[in-house]
Design a protein around this ligand. Structure first.
Ligand SMILES: [Fe+2]
Length: 70
């Protein structure tokens, strides 16, 4: 844990912000994957988007662990 309690609270607030932003980002990636004309017939691009979504979900899992372990 960080030594200064105020800094620790700031870090938690930042992690919460990043978590919310990642959820929005995943939503946007899913919309692009499912609705983009450019991606419609591009399986490689869809695979990359799915990979990006998985990695963002992984980050969200870590952020939730940090936020809800106290
Ligand atoms: Fe990756």
């Amino acid at each position: 844990m960080l030594s200064h309690p105020a800094v620790y609270q700031d870090v938690l607030q930042l992690v919460k912000f990043c978590l919310d932003q990642s959820e929005q980002f995943i939503k946007m990636c899913r919309t692009i994957r499912d609705q983009s004309e450019a991606l419609k017939d591009n399986l490689t691009a869809k695979a990359v988007i799915n990979h990006i979504i998985r990695e963002s979900e992984y980050f969200i899992g870590i952020a939730q662990t940090i936020l809800y372990q106290q």
